[in-house]
Structure formats: C-alpha cells, structure tokens
Design a protein around this ligand. Structure first.
Ligand SMILES: [Zn+2]
Length: 515
C-alpha cells in the first residue's frame, strides 16, 4: 500500500510551531514473541495539545495518534498500552480518559487488562485491545490529566510549569503495542497556550520525525509553553529551554548551563561536541532541584521551584545541572552498576566545575563533595555490598544513593593514586580514556574492562581494593586530604545514621588557603 495523505489531528495550523533539539537515536529491543505478532505500519503521527484550566495552568493533554498504512484486515486486532505507573508517578494509565480508537468503519470497542504482578516485577502495563480487525488508517484519541506537582522525585511526570507543561513521554502516552514503524512524528499543538509559546522535544535528527519504533517516544523529554530559550550562537550544539519563574536570573542560569556543557565537552573530549537539549521546568512551590538525564544521552530535564527549598542555594541547582549533563559523557558499563554511572558522574561534577572556574571552591566542596560524602559516611548502608544496595533500589533513598557517594570518593582516591604513581603525569581521566573510546565506538565495556584498566595502571592489589571498597563494601573509602586539590582539606565530622542512636565518624572537605 502506498502512503496516502496523512489524516490530521486537531487544527495544526496556523498556531503550530515545533522546535526540535537533536540527540542520539536508540533502537527499542522487543521480545521475539512481540516481534512475531507485530504489524508493520507506514508511520505513527502523534500530536499533543496542552489544554489550560481556568487558572491558566495546563490541566489536561489532548492526544491524537494516527497510524497509516496499517495492518491487513485479517490480521490480529491492534493493541495499545501505557505504563500502570513509573518512577515517582503512581497513575499513568489511570489518568487516561475519553479513549477512542476508530478507522474508516467508525469507532471500535476496546477490551482492557493489566499486567499481572507487582511493582517489584519491573514496569507493568495496562493494555487496550480492539474488538475487531481494523482498516489501514487508524486514529486514536484520548485525554490525559497532567500529574500533581506535589509528587517529587525524578521529573518524569508531565506536569504544569508556569503557563506550560513539561515531562517525559513515558508518563502519559498510550502507544501501539503490536504495530511498529520505522519512524514516529511527534508534534505539539500549542494553539491553546499563551502567545509566544514554543514546543520542544529532546530528540529528532530528521526534523520532528523520530527514528525507531513508536515506543521510542516514551524516551523523549517534552516541554511546551511560553519558555525562554538559549544557545550561544546559531551553530551551538547546546540548546536550553526554561518554563516558569524560578527565584533567580533565568537567562543567567541558561548561559551558565551552556558554559558547563562546553567545559564538559572540552575536558572529557571523547564525544566532541554532541547536540544537547537541556529542559527546565519551574513547578509551583519549593523544589529539591532534581533532574534526570536520558539514559541514551542528548537531553535532560531539570526540576526547579518558584522558591528555594530550605537550605538550598543556586550552587546546589548548578551542581544538579552539571551532574545531569555529565551523564552524557559517563554513560554506563554493561548492567549499569551505579558505582560507575553515578559514582563517576558525581566525582566529575565535584571537580570539573571548579577546574573550569564555574563554581567557587567553597560551593564545589559543599554541593559537589560534602552532600555526597555525608550520604555515604552517614548511611547505615555504607558498608553494604553493591548487590545488597541494589535490592533496596528506590525503596530507601538513604541506601540507594550510597554508591553515588562511595563511587565519588573511590574515584577521588583512585585519581590520587594514579597521580602519585606517575609523578603527576597521568590522572584518572587519562587511565579511563580507552574505556570511553570503546563506549563511544559502540562496544559495551563492563566491570571486567574497568578492572583490566585498574590492574594495568596500579596492579592486582588495586583490583582487590576496588572489590573491598566498592563491590563488597567491607572497607570504608577514605581519600587523602588533598584528593580534591590543594585548596580543600579533609576534616573529620560526626554523622548520625538514620535509625541509629550512635553517631559515626565521617569526613568532609573544607577550603584552605592555597596558592
Ligand atoms: Zn545521576
């Protein structure tokens, strides 16, 4: 069947404008069973229209999806799905209302079912199935409520921010489950948003067309509304967008973020200057300043608030921004152990902003080092094994984040040891450079790759020490006093683990006079 004119959803013109930032493509892996019953369709077109409520806040998204050149009429009925819940969002599928599926013969009835199991079994989905085979062009329409801003945590949920909306595709999209295509077009209809609004998605190397199967759009960060935008010039691969009114200079934080991106690219080198889309959303009320980067890189979404959280400063938010962008350069080892992906990211976000003179020594210590050192030294899980910590995962933040601080301190120690052994000629980044070249070239470095580098650089005893400190947790990591440079020194502090009567010894780093 040849491609016919695409049926359109809503009024796409004239108030229709999409800005697409570019990132890396990723292919979805589907099981053999899924593949066997999957229809190949011409294209999926998704259009999202944010609808403000009476108070001007976006309360609802109206979504229209069109599948063209669809399955033959004698094939299995089409199925659709949405997650029941995802990290920090209790109800994704349950927020969907007014779902209709139709073809040239009219609407079709739908049967519904949930995956069996519990949240601990991984991601569970709600499924809708058409009650009859459908024609070649299928239209799916539904409404989905935006998520309550009170739910904190990673910024996946699609939430109102300022007079717009931002979040992740996984938090609201109902997508074909047994129909796939090579590309999906993803478009905003911003006609109901204030004048001057724009729409952004994080990926899309060919305009608004996203390569990969429909589920790929679940991995997109999305933002629409009257946002400010920034890039240093027309050739700048870095683009930033900010919605709402945080309690600091909006243009200045976008400029700072651009400088941070270029400092990362220049310092870590092996990716060149990849295209990057950094999205900010300002939620009503104080925000922890959390963020999440796409696992495949190219984009991150940062949570801001209309006020600072008690004790929070702009430097804390800057550290979060630097951390999330650093993930692009750290990537992950096979199996994604957090001691590497988070530990090395926290280490780099502790030292690189100071080296690039983007933050003061005191702020690097406070937000880059000591926040994480306290989460390690002061946690009841500081001497737990990586495997035991992994079992807890999102069940207890004081345990889950131990590898962040433990990894950061371990990499600081490792850097000191490599510098000492080479009389200052080599450092941690020199040693790890081949691992990142392998990662960039599509290979999958794993823990054994890291241990081989470690053994080559510092000998077998360094591999043993790595296991004791990081994998088994039996030895507490204590980097030398000058591990974070000559302008910071280590001091002993008393910390109070959660649920424990007795304080424990820990360490933090404080500024000292230096040349
Ligand atoms: Zn992280």
């Amino acid at each position: 069947m040849t491609r016919s004119t695409l049926p359109l959803c809503f009024n796409l013109v004239p108030a229709y404008k999409v800005i697409v930032a570019y990132g890396l493509a990723v292919l979805l892996q589907i099981s053999a069973a899924q593949a066997a019953s999957t229809h190949t369709i011409g294209q999926l077109q998704v259009t999202i229209k944010p609808l403000p409520g009476p108070d001007g806040k976006v309360a609802t998204l109206e979504v229209c999806e069109v599948l063209t050149d669809g399955a033959p009429e004698d094939s299995a009925p089409l199925r659709f799905s949405a997650p029941i819940s995802v990290i920090g969002i209790k109800s994704v599928a349950a927020s969907v209302t007014d779902l209709t599926v139709s073809d040239s013969s009219g609407p079709v009835g739908l049967t519904q079912a949930d995956d069996a199991g519990s949240a601990s079994d991984g991601e569970l989905y709600h499924h809708w199935q058409a009650e009859r085979a459908m024609g070649s062009s299928v239209t799916i329409r539904y409404r989905v409520a935006t998520q309550p801003i009170e739910d904190r945590g990673p910024p996946y949920g699609m939430k109102p921010a300022g007079r717009g909306v931002a979040g992740s595709g996984i938090s609201f999209l109902v997508l074909p489950e047994n129909a796939t295509s090579a590309t999906t077009t993803l478009a905003w209809d911003i006609s109901a948003l204030p004048p001057g609004s724009l729409g952004v998605v994080s990926d899309g190397p060919d305009g608004v067309t996203i390569p990969g199967p429909p589920s790929k759009v679940r991995d997109e960060w999305m933002l629409a509304g009257p946002a400010i935008s920034y890039s240093s010039n027309t050739a700048d691969p870095f683009h930033a967008y900010l919605l709402g009114d945080p309690p600091f200079d909006r243009e200045a934080i976008l400029r700072w973020s651009g400088q941070a991106y270029h400092a990362l690219a220049a310092s870590l080198r092996y990716l060149g200057t990849p295209k990057y889309a950094l999205l900010f959303r300002t939620l009503d009320g104080p925000s922890f300043g959390t963020g999440t980067a796409r696992s495949e890189g190219g984009s991150a979404l940062i949570n801001l608030g209309t006020a600072f959280y008690p004790g929070q400063t702009l430097a804390g938010i800057e550290n979060t921004i630097f951390h999330e962008m650093t993930h692009q350069w750290t990537g992950h080892l096979a199996g994604d152990p957090s001691w590497f992906s988070e530990g090395l990211t926290v280490y780099r976000a502790a030292v690189l902003p100071c080296r690039a003179q983007l933050m003061s020594t005191a702020d690097c210590a406070a937000w880059g080092i000591n926040v994480w050192a306290e989460r390690y030294y002061g946690s009841q899980g500081r001497n737990w094994s990586q495997a035991k910590i992994h079992e807890v995962n999102f069940g207890d933040e004081t345990i889950r984040t131990v590898p962040y601080g433990r990894g950061m301190l371990y990499f600081a120690l490792l850097n000191s040891e490599i510098l000492a052994k080479s009389d200052g000629r080599r450092d941690l980044e020199d040693a790890l450079y081949p691992l990142f070249i392998a990662m960039r070239n599509g290979q999958q470095p794993d823990q054994a790759t890291f241990e081989a580098i470690l053994g080559h650089e510092l000998g077998d005893e360094a591999v043993t020490a790595f296991h004791e400190m990081v994998i088994d947790g039996t030895t507490t990591v204590v980097p030398p006093s000058d591990a974070f440079g000559p302008c910071l020194e280590r001091v002993t502090v008393k910390l109070q683990p959660k649920g424990s009567e007795r304080p424990v010894d820990g360490y933090e780093w404080r500024p000292r006079h230096c040349q």
